[in-house]
Design a protein around this ligand. Structure first.
Ligand code: NAI
Length: 336
């Protein structure tokens, strides 16, 4: 097996705990890897960098093309611009891909959820262009470009085709945001008609779409949407399969990819060994498939499926009492 060089960003809050667990699992499964560990977020400032996204971290991801990242904290209503948004924009990681699947052993209202969210990751309301027009009146600009909308639509259809998904549903609000969401919709429709007419295609206004999601998630396959909707719907879908502790993600661009869980830095449980590392471990599995280490990926997947199905060693979010470390040990013990 070739040795891989992978950038590891532990992140803030529970980030160092879940990334240490992920590192242990990937190594125990046999991945030959040299980690380039670099900070981002509040941790970068604590370590003496003058920026939450140090140039060195960005340069390392550009050089090595693959990174796995713990969550980073973003201050609410004030302070620095989100590290995640900066990372996605600066590295042009235009597609966030988040598979949400039911796991045997995790009891929820639904048994057979198998949804992949494809979220446009570079524009929309995340452009960060906000303005105080006069005191007491502010605007926030939603940006949609034909280039980015077409790019994400083509990505979603290509992804669906490669992985044998049958249907793409676009969530939108083009009845209100006629220009921006209208453009998103037109681009998706055009790619469907011109390039992938064999995939089933559906458009839903997002409010009704959310209702259908919580009533009957099994009817959905791939969901395509713009940035903010993708953010919100990801957490909603996580709730259908057991919560944020079990939903992985990736941010994919043409030149680099950064793998990270959907969840945040969970300051309410940070530093106490309570975090579920599975979402980041699953993101690690996505990363392994991306770098063509499918055998190692499968080994880890089998091991976590087995630990979860047994139900003896689960973290608190899944109804168990195991610590982050105990869950990780149980998973490693199942690797074979
Ligand atoms: P959060 O996802 O950090 O936490 C929401 C709830 O889920 C909390 O009760 C938390 O304890 C629980 N939770 C999350 N991950 C868990 C895990 N692995 N195991 C067990 N429980 C888990 O969302 P919140 O509290 O809204 O945001 C906290 C911070 O994280 C904010 O600064 C936010 O900006 C940041 N954030 C960062 C993200 C990233 O770096 N990709 C993504 C989302 C939020």
């Amino acid at each position: 097996m070739a040795k891989h060089t992978i950038v590891l960003i532990p992140g803030d809050g529970i980030g160092p705990e879940v990334s240490a667990a992920t590192k242990r699992v990937l190594e125990a499964a046999g991945l030959q890897v040299e980690w380039v560990e670099l900070p981002a977020g509040a941790t970068a400032i604590e370590q003496g960098y003058d920026n939450v996204l140090p140039e060195r971290t960005l340069a390392a991801i550009k050089a090595h093309k693959v990174a796995i990242k713990g969550p980073v904290t973003t201050p609410v209503g004030k302070g620095f611009k989100s590290v995640n948004v900066q990372l996605r924009q600066k590295l042009n990681l235009y597609a966030a891909v988040r598979p949400v699947r039911s796991l045997e052993g995790i009891k929820t209202r639904f048994d057979d959820v198998d949804i992949v969210i494809v979220r446009e990751n570079t524009e929309g309301l995340y452009s960060g262009i906000e303005n105080e027009v006069v005191p007491g009146v502010v605007t926030s600009l939603k940006v949609a470009s034909e280039q980015a909308c077409t790019r994400i639509a083509r990505y979603a259809f290509r992804y669906a085709t490669k992985r044998h998904h049958k249907k793409i549903t676009v969530f939108h609000k083009a009845n209100i945001m006629k220009l921006s969401d209208g453009l998103f919709l037109n681009c998706a429709r055009r790619i469907w008609e011109d390039e992938y007419p064999n995939i089933e295609y559906e458009e839903l206004i997002i409010d009704a779409g959310c209702m259908k999601l919580v009533q009957n998630p099994e009817r959905f396959d791939v969901l395509l949407m713009e940035n903010l909707y993708g953010d919100l719907v990801s957490d909603l879908c996580a709730g259908l399969v057991g919560g944020l502790g079990v939903v992985p993600g990736s941010n994919i661009g043409d030149d680099a990819a950064v793998f990270e869980a959907v969840h945040g830095s969970a300051p309410d449980i940070a530093g106490r060994g309570l975090a579920n590392p599975l979402a980041l471990i699953m993101s690690g599995v996505m990363m392994l498939n991306h770098i063509h280490e499918e055998k190692v990926a499968d080994k880890i997947k089998k091991a976590y499926n087995s630990v979860i199905a047994e139900g003896k060693t689960l973290t608190r979010d899944l109804g168990g009492t195991a610590s982050t470390g105990e869950f990780t040990d149980a998973l490693i013990a199942k690797l074979s």
